[in-house]
Design a protein around this ligand. Structure first.
Ligand code: NAD
Length: 497
């Protein structure tokens, strides 16, 4: 069976690792590979290589860095199909959905191709007599990214193109559940001309993560994953003086007002709830049906949920693949059972679903729960599976109050024909990313991505301008070229003249 190795110093290596974790094919439920799990000493080896590479990469020209990014972007286009299949095989999502995450991730590479513009400093002429001031940004050094299973290529791409284009060297610790896409990316970077040691992949579990968080030669850590781990990463890595951006979990609400086109809204809710088997940080997991929208909306959602074709990710006929592990499947099944016990109406029940020829796969069908209330477990917990919970509200104000009382604040959407309601919603809701008649409002790469409250620990969103700030430090330089013959020392505090 294939063993997936680390990528250190421009080559695949097992370093000193001997522990492994199984990598499953979620469509069959069978183990298809093993992935090495790094020890702290392997992280040391990776950091040493990345530190060495930083000596020259940190000093490389903007032209050299952007040339690599342009070449890397072309390779991502060329290998899109191969990469999509690698993702689908280990994650389970359908191939077209995997292609979608490659395209959205590639947009960050395109942003990084224009990094010269984002890195421009400012200049103030003659701030005092014969004195000018300018600022400029320098890379931090070795930085690391720790990423979740659900977007094995897009989420790392939120990080490394910006980190590398701004002159840092980058160590990626991807999810151990779907590790292969990261090694493929490492090969593409090498082919694009990125010097050895600038991009490193270390596979592993908590041992590798802790070694990264504690390592004195890592300057910054980017994390995306569940909220409890985001909090842990933030606390432990800031304690060792690192910069940290830590994005956590979500419970995203879509509000549907009675004046919305209900067929349109239901279409989008269905895709946003059940696409990628609900395993998206921006998935809609709660529909808030307002007033008269309620029964009609649930009727349409029921019809559409029953139409979702569940099957292997590699089958072009599938709309939705399996969830990532057997444990994830059980979590979904239990969440629906608890919803029923606590009084929700199970309108569509995905628990019993099996897929012919794939009886051992981690499949679970779409579930639709109605009359969910905010005290139920199915509402309070992030299920991270294909379950859409519908909560009823009387007014848009009540819908906003429900969202604002939720501990998460990643994404939300409103479906309405009313500009007034949409404007009120976007101004009052305590959520970082908002869609108006758009279900999964993932910002473009030249904006930054980040939620509020428990969906973002610390204060740095990811990619775009916030990413450039995160991976660089500014210097402000005050300059005077004096007439040396006439200048004399002054002992009062300098002010402008
Ligand atoms: P996870 O938190 O279990 O794992 C994320 C990373 O942390 C992985 O690399 C994993 O190896 C590591 N990790 C796990 N447990 C650890 C521990 N105890 N100590 C140290 N490291 C540990 O998340 P996941 O299940 O891979 O991904 C799903 C979660 O990610 C969901 O909560 C989802 O909402 C969230 N997510 C959020 C965003 C966002 O932008 N806010 C994006 C994608 C996913």
């Amino acid at each position: 069976m294939n063993t997936i190795e680390h990528w250190i110093n421009g080559t695949a290596t097992s370093a000193g690792s001997t522990r492994t974790a199984p990598v499953f094919d979620p469509a069959t439920g069978k183990q298809q590979a093993s992935v090495l799990l790094a020890e702290a000493s392997d992280v040391d080896t990776a950091v040493a290589a990345a530190s060495k590479a930083f000596e020259s990469w940190g000093d490389s020209s903007l032209s050299q860095r952007t040339r690599v990014m342009f070449a890397f972007r072309e390779l991502l286009v060329k290998h899109e199909d191969e990469l999509a299949r690698i993702i689908s095989r280990e994650h389970g999502k359908v191939v077209d959905d995997a292609r979608g995450e490659i395209v959205r991730g590639r947009e960050v590479v395109e942003y990084a191709c224009g990094i010269a513009d984002a890195l421009k400093g400012s200049f103030s002429d003659q701030v005092s007599r014969d004195v000018d001031v300018h600022d400029f940004h320098q890379p931090l050094g070795v930085v690391a990214g720790i990423t979740p299973f659900n977007f094995p290529i897009m989420v790392p791409l939120w990080m490394h193109p910006v980190a590398i284009a701004t002159g840092n060297t980058f160590i990626l610790k991807p999810s151990e559940r779907d590790p292969s896409a990261s090694n493929f990316v490492a090969q593409l970077y090498a082919e694009a001309g990125l010097p050895e040691g600038v991009f490193t992949v270390v596979h592993g579990d908590k041992v590798a993560v802790d070694a990264i968080l504690d390592h004195p030669d890592i300057a910054a850590v980017s994390f995306v994953g569940s909220t409890p781990i985001a909090k842990y990463v933030h606390e432990r890595a800031t304690a060792t003086g690192k910069r940290v951006q830590a994005l956590g979990g979500a419970k995203n609400h879509a509000v549907v007002l009675p004046d919305a086109d209900l067929e349109y809204a239901a279409n989008h809710l269905t895709a946003a709830a059940f696409g990628s088997a609900g395993q998206r940080c921006m998935a809609i997991s709660v529909g808030v049906a307002v007033g008269a929208a309620g029964d009609k909306l649930v009727g349409i959602l029921e019809r559409k949920a029953r139409e979702v074709k569940v099957g292997p990710g590699g089958d072009p006929a599938s709309d939705m693949g399996p969830v990532v592990t057997e444990a994830a499947r059980e979590r979904v099944v239990n969440a629906v059972a608890q919803g029923a016990e606590q009084g929700a109406t199970v309108v569509v029940d995905g628990r019993g679903l099996t897929v012919d020829g794939h009886e051992e796969g981690f499949f679970v069908g779409p579930s639709l729960l109605d009359h969910v209330t905010t005290d139920m477990t199915a509402y309070r917990e992030e299920i991270f599976g294909p379950v859409l919970a519908v909560v009823r509200a009387e007014t848009v104000d009540e819908a906003i109050a429900i969202i604002n009382a939720n501990p998460y604040g990643n994404g939300t959407a409103i479906f309405t024909g009313s500009g007034e309601a949409a404007r009120k919603f976007q101004r009052e809701v305590k959520v970082g990313m908002i869609g108006v008649n758009v279900p999964i409002p993932v910002p473009m790469a030249y904006y930054s991505f980040g939620g509020w409250k428990d969906s973002l620990i610390g204060d740095s969103p990811i990619h775009g301008p916030a990413g450039v700030r995160f991976y660089t430090r500014a210097k402000v330089v005050t300059t005077r070229w004096p007439h040396t013959s006439t200048s004399a020392a002054a002992f009062t505090f300098p002010t402008s003249s």
